[in-house]
Each structure stands twice: as structure tokens, then as C-alpha cells.
Ligand binder design. Structure first.
Ligand code: ZN
Length: 131
């Protein structure tokens, strides 16, 4: 398993990590299989979406912030309940097929770390399974 870190900027942000995941796949030597990208944090997440037009990420964050407001009738004393909820909704991991040693992604797809309580340094794990 490979691990890398991303220093995030802003409280909520999407950071593309496709290149780091591709590099982990390459180093694994696996030609056919699946890459599991996993984020071991409770206020961040991993997703796959458009990497060509940055307004897609901006629109996503706008809607997520509107849907799960920062302040509400939360009980969690840390003051970041919205970030935990956003992390639960998006999810901690994604599985991506690997073919001929490369991630199988659509022309406009990229892999993103979703930061919901930044800025922080986040860890990402990539496990490449042959098969
Ligand atoms: Zn918390």
C-alpha cells in the first residue's frame, strides 16, 4: 500500500490527486486490477468527477455548503459537525479499475480529495489489487 499527503487550502476545497494515484499504480507494477483510494479522515472524503472545468468543483462545494450548513442544531462539541456529515455523504474511498497499468478514467474524470474542515495535511492510501 502506498501513502501520500496533501496539504489542503481553505475550509472546503477539492484537490485533484489523479497524478499521485497514477504514480502509485505505476510503482505497484500491477497491470490489471483495481486501485482502492482511501482517505483515513472523518472530515474529508474521496470522489471522482470532472477535472477539466474547475467551476464543477466550485458548484459542488457551493451546493454541499448550502445543503449542510456550518451552523445548525448540532451536538458534536468540536464545532465541525457539518464536515463530518459531508464526509459521510461523499464517502472515504473509491475503487478504480486498472488496465494496462493505468487508471481507467473517462476523458473528463479526475480523482479528488474533498476537504471539508481545512486547511490541514491529509493522508491518502492507495492499495492496488491485481486481478
Ligand atoms: Zn469533529
Amino acid at each position: 500500500m502506498e501513502t501520500f499527503e496533501v496539504r489542503t487550502g481553505g475550509r472546503t476545497a477539492l484537490h485533484e490527486i489523479t497524478a499521485q494515484v497514477e504514480a502509485a499504480v505505476e510503482r505497484s507494477g500491477v497491470r490489471e486490477g483495481v486501485a482502492v483510494v482511501y482517505c483515513p479522515h472523518t472530515t474529508a472524503a474521496v470522489t471522482i468527477n470532472e477535472n477539466a472545468d474547475p467551476t464543477v468543483a466550485r458548484d459542488f462545494l457551493m451546493l454541499v455548503d448550502r445543503t449542510v450548513p456550518r451552523r445548525d442544531d448540532y451536538r458534536h462539541a468540536e464545532g465541525n459537525s457539518d464536515a463530518h456529515i459531508k464526509s459521510i455523504l461523499v464517502g472515504a474511498d473509491r475503487s478504480i479499475p486498472v488496465r494496462e497499468g493505468r487508471l481507467v478514467l473517462g476523458a473528463w474524470q479526475g480523482v479528488f480529495l474533498c476537504e471539508f474542515d481545512g486547511p490541514r495535511t491529509r493522508r491518502l492510501h492507495v492499495k492496488v489489487i491485481e486481478g
